[in-house]
Design a protein around this ligand. Structure first.
Ligand SMILES: Nc1ncnc2c1ncn2[C@@H]1O[C@H](COP(=O)(O)OP(=O)(O)OP(=O)(O)O)[C@@H](O)[C@H]1O
Ligand SMILES: [Mg+2]
Length: 264
C-alpha cells in the first residue's frame, strides 16, 4: 500500500532526529517567554507533552505533542524572524483590518500578531468547512492544532505523496481542491496566498490545507493577485501530473462569487 510505504520510509529517516530532540529541545531552544506560553497552554490542558520536532523551518518549528487526554497535537512555534520575513509579514498584516499596525522595532508584537493571524485564519477556514488542521489553542507565539499523521510521523505533503499516488487518487485530490479553494474564497472570504503542493498535506486520503498565516481577506489590496498566484501554482502542478488545468476549471464558480462579494 503506497501510504504505508511512505510512513515506513519516514520512520527510518526520522527516528534519529526524533530521539535526539526528545524533550531536550524544550530547555535548549525556547526562551523564557516562549516557555511561559507553553506553560500557559499546559495549564489549560491543551499541551501536555512536547515529543519531538516535525519540521524546523527558518521562522517556525513544528512539534508533535500530546494533549492532556493523550491525543496527538501539532505545536507551531515562531522563534525568530529574519529581516526579510519581518518585512514580508508586515505587508500581510497591514492590509488586514483585523490587525493593528505594529510599531517598527516591536519584534515580539509582530510575531504575536502573526501567530494570532494564523490562528484566526484556521478558525475561520474550519468554520467555512475548509479542511484545515483544527485549531486547539494559542498563546503568544505558540499555536496548537490537530496533528496530521500517525504515531508522531507527519502525513506527506502533496509534493511527496505524488510519488506513490495513482492517477485516480490525484484526480480525487484535484477535484477536492477545486471545491476547497471555492469554499476558502466564497465562504471564508480568504485567499491563502501561499498555496502550492508544499502547503497541502495528504491525510486519510484527502488534501488538507496548512500554513495559513499569510492568508488575507478578500478586501486586502492584493488579494486577487495572490489568488491568481495560488491558482497558477496548483495549475502547474496538476498540469504536469494529470494534465488538467485548475485555472480553466475553477474560473466560472469563482468569478460569480467574487462578483457577488464585490457588489455586497
Ligand atoms: N498540523 C500538522 N500536522 C502535522 N505536520 C504538520 C502540521 N502543520 C505543519 N506540519 C509540518 O510542518 C511543516 C511546516 O509547517 P508550515 O508549512 O505550517 O510552516 P512554514 O512556516 O511554512 O515552515 P517551512 O518554512 O518549514 O515551510 C509542514 O511542511 C509539515 O511537514
Ligand atoms: Mg509551509
Amino acid at each position: 500500500m503506497p501510504r504505508a510505504r511512505w510512513y515506513k520510509r519516514r520512520r527510518q529517516e526520522e527516528r534519529r532526529i526524533k530521539d535526539r530532540n526528545l524533550f531536550k529541545t524544550v530547555e535548549e531552544v525556547f526562551d523564557s517567554i516562549t516557555m511561559g506560553h507553553i506553560y500557559r497552554l499546559e495549564a489549560r490542558g491543551i499541551i501536555w507533552e512536547l515529543k519531538g520536532v516535525v519540521s524546523s523551518g527558518k521562522e517556525a518549528r513544528v512539534y508533535w505533542g500530546k494533549d492532556k487526554r493523550g491525543g496527538d497535537i501539532a505545536v507551531k512555534i515562531y522563534l525568530s524572524a529574519t529581516a526579510e520575513f519581518r518585512k514580508s509579514i508586515r505587508k500581510y498584516i497591514e492590509g488586514d483590518p483585523r490587525f493593528e499596525s505594529i510599531p517598527r522595532g516591536n519584534f515580539r508584537k509582530l510575531i504575536y500578531e502573526w501567530a494570532r493571524k494564523e490562528y484566526r485564519n484556521l478558525v475561520r477556514l474550519e468554520k467555512a468547512g475548509v479542511r484545515v488542521p483544527s485549531p486547539r489553542g494559542l498563546s503568544g507565539n505558540v499555536i496548537v492544532m490537530q496533528f496530521l499523521g500517525e504515531d508522531g510521523y507527519r502525513a506527506p505533503l502533496l509534493v511527496e505523496a505524488v510519488e506513490d499516488a495513482t492517477r485516480e487518487e490525484l484526480e480525487g485530490y484535484y477535484e477536492d481542491l477545486l471545491s476547497q479553494i471555492e469554499a476558502m474564497v466564497c465562504k471564508a472570504g480568504l485567499v491563502h496566498a501561499d498555496l502550492s503542493e508544499y502547503n497541502i498535506m495528504i491525510w486519510e486520503g484527502k488534501p488538507w490545507i496548512i500554513d495559513v498565516g499569510q492568508a488575507v481577506l478578500l478586501n486586502h489590496p492584493h488579494s486577487l493577485e495572490f489568488l491568481q498566484r495560488d491558482i497558477d501554482n496548483l495549475t502547474s502542478f496538476f498540469q504536469e501530473h494529470i494534465g488538467r488545468s485548475l485555472r480553466d476549471e475553477i474560473g466560472g464558480a469563482l468569478e460569480q462569487c467574487l462578483k457577488e462579494k464585490a457588489e455586497a
